[in-house]
Ligand binder design. Structure first.
Ligand code: PLP
Length: 388
C-alpha cells in the first residue's frame, strides 16, 4: 500500500539530518564535532519558570485544558502583545499551542485551499514549504536580498497572482537574522489589502535583537490586524524548546476554526506547561537580558571571525542567533562545503540550500551554541576553507 500524495514531497528540517551526520562522525572518529548546526539555546530554562512548572504539576494542573489554551495564559499573551506591538489585543484573539509550529501549520490549514499560492522567504524556515504542501497549496518561495534582510521587493510584487492566498513573513528571520524594514512591511500591507491575501508573521525571534529595541511588525500597521496571524512563543526567548509552548494571535472568527483543528489533532497543550508560560511572560526578565548580552558578544565573535577568513563574507545579523555567510567564492556548492567542514574539519553547520534554492552559496552557523564550541568551530572553518 502507498502513502498519500500530501506527504509525498515533505522533507525534514536539514538541521536534523546534519545533527545525525555529526553524531555519526563523532562515533566513527571518537572526536568531538563543534556543534553549530541547531538553533537551540544552551542556557537552561530560567529557574522561576521551572519552579512555576513544578508548582503547576504539584497543584494538579494535569488535566485537559480548553483546546485553545488556559485563560490566564491567553490573558498574559494578549497583554504582552498589546504592550510589545502597540495594538489592543484581546484574550479571545489568542490561541495557545504546543510550540509556535502548530500556530503556523494549523492556521495555514484553516486558511488555504488546494491550488492556492503561498509566498514565503527563500532562504526561509523549512516548515513554511511543508505546511503549504500539506495544505495542497502551491509553494511560491520569494528570494531574499543578498544581505538576507528582506524580500527582493520587485520580485515579490511580480510573484503576486490572483491565486495568492497567504504570505509568510519571518522577522527577525531564520536563517539570516535579518530584520525587515518598516517601508517594505508597509508596501506588503498595501498589497495585502489590494490583492486580499492573509499574512502570517512569524516573530519567534522578536526578543532576540541586538541593535534596536524592537523590530517593526506588520501586525502593528493600521488595518492589518484583520488579516494577520502573529506567531510567537517561548522556545527561543525563554530557552523552553522542549516544553512545547507557543501562541498565535488572529482575528476571532479564525480562532474558532483553529480551535477545531487543535481539538481533533493535539487535543490541547500540556496544562502545566501553560502554567510555566504565565510565569515566563509575567516574571522577571534578568535572565533574558543577560542572555541577550551574551548572544550580542557571540555575534561579534562570529561576524569578526568569519569575515577575517579569506573568501568569506558575513553580513551582521540584526537578530535571532544565526550567521548566514557567503562562501560562494570557493566554487563548490553549499552542501559540498558543509560536508567537507563536517568530515574534514569536524565542525557542523547547515548548507544554505536546506532553507531553499536561493540559499546556495551560503552556510548557516548557529551562535546559540556555547562559546568554546563557537571559538573552536571558527578555527576549524578557517583551517578547512584554507585547503579549498
Ligand atoms: N519559526 C522559526 C522561524 C523557527 O526558527 C522555529 C524554530 O526553529 C520555530 C518557528 C519553531 O518554534 P517552536 O519551538 O515554538 O515550535
Amino acid at each position: 500500500s502507498t502513502t498519500a500524495d500530501r506527504v509525498a514531497e515533505l522533507e525534514s528540517e536539514g538541521a536534523y539530518a546534519v545533527m545525525a551526520a555529526a553524531s555519526k562522525v563523532e562515533q566513527e572518529t571518537g572526536k568531538k564535532v563543534a556543534r553549530l548546526e541547531i538553533g537551540q539555546p544552551t542556557f537552561p530554562t530560567p529557574q522561576h519558570i521551572v519552579q512555576a512548572g513544578v508548582r503547576a504539576i504539584e497543584s494538579g494542573q494535569t488535566k485537559y485544558s480548553s483546546p485553545s489554551g488556559v485563560q490566564s495564559l491567553k490573558e498574559a499573551v494578549a497583554e504582552h502583545t498589546t504592550k510589545t506591538r502597540g495594538i489592543k489585543t484581546l484574550p479571545e484573539e489568542v490561541v495557545i499551542g504546543p510550540g509556535a509550529k502548530p500556530g503556523l501549520f494549523l492556521t495555514t490549514l484553516a486558511l488555504v485551499n488546494a491550488g492556492d499560492e503561498v509566498m514565503y522567504p527563500d532562504p526561509g524556515f523549512p516548515t513554511y514549504k511543508a505546511m503549504t504542501l500539506t495544505a495542497g497549496a502551491i509553494p511560491v518561495p520569494v528570494p531574499l536580498t543578498r544581505d538576507g534582510r528582506t524580500f527582493e521587493m520587485a520580485t515579490f510584487e511580480k510573484l503576486i497572482s490572483p491565486k495568492t492566498k497567504l504570505v509568510v513573513l519571518n522577522s527577525p528571520g531564520n536563517p539570516t537574522g535579518g530584520v525587515m524594514p518598516q517601508n517594505d512591511l508597509e508596501r506588503i500591507a498595501e498589497l495585502a489589502k489590494e490583492y486580499d491575501f492573509w499574512v502570517i508573521t512569524d516573530e519567534i525571534y522578536s526578543r532576540l535583537l541586538y541593535d534596536i529595541p524592537c523590530a517593526p511588525s506588520i501586525y502593528s500597521i493600521p488595518g492589518m490586524k484583520e488579516r494577520t496571524i502573529l506567531v510567537d512563543g517561548f522556545s527561543k526567548t525563554y530557552c523552553m524548546t522542549g516544553w512545547r509552548l507557543g501562541w498565535a494571535v488572529m482575528p476571532q472568527q479564525l480562532t474558532n476554526k483553529v480551535e477545531l483543528l487543535l481539538t481533533h489533532s493535539v487535543g490541547c497543550t500540556a496544562t502545566f506547561t501553560q502554567g510555566a508560560g504565565v510565569a515566563a511572560l509575567t516574571g522577571p526578565e534578568d535572565d533574558l537580558l543577560e542572555m541577550i548580552e551574551d548572544y550580542r558578544s557571540r555575534r561579534e565573535l562570529v561576524v569578526q571571525g568569519l569575515n577575517s577568513i579569506p573568501g568569506v563574507t558575513c553580513p551582521v545579523p540584526a537578530g535571532a542567533f544565526y550567521a548566514f555567510f557567503d562562501v560562494s567564492s570557493f566554487g563548490l556548492t553549499s552542501r559540498e562545503i558543509s560536508r567537507k567542514l563536517l568530515r574534514e574539519g569536524l565542525v557542523a553547520v547547515l548548507p544554505g540550500t536546506d532553507f531553499g534554492a536561493n540559499g546556495e552559496g551560503f552556510l548557516r552557523l548557529s551562535y546559540a551554541s556555547p562559546r568554546d564550541q563557537i571559538e573552536q568551530g571558527l578555527e576549524r572553518i578557517l583551517s578547512t576553507l584554507k585547503t579549498l
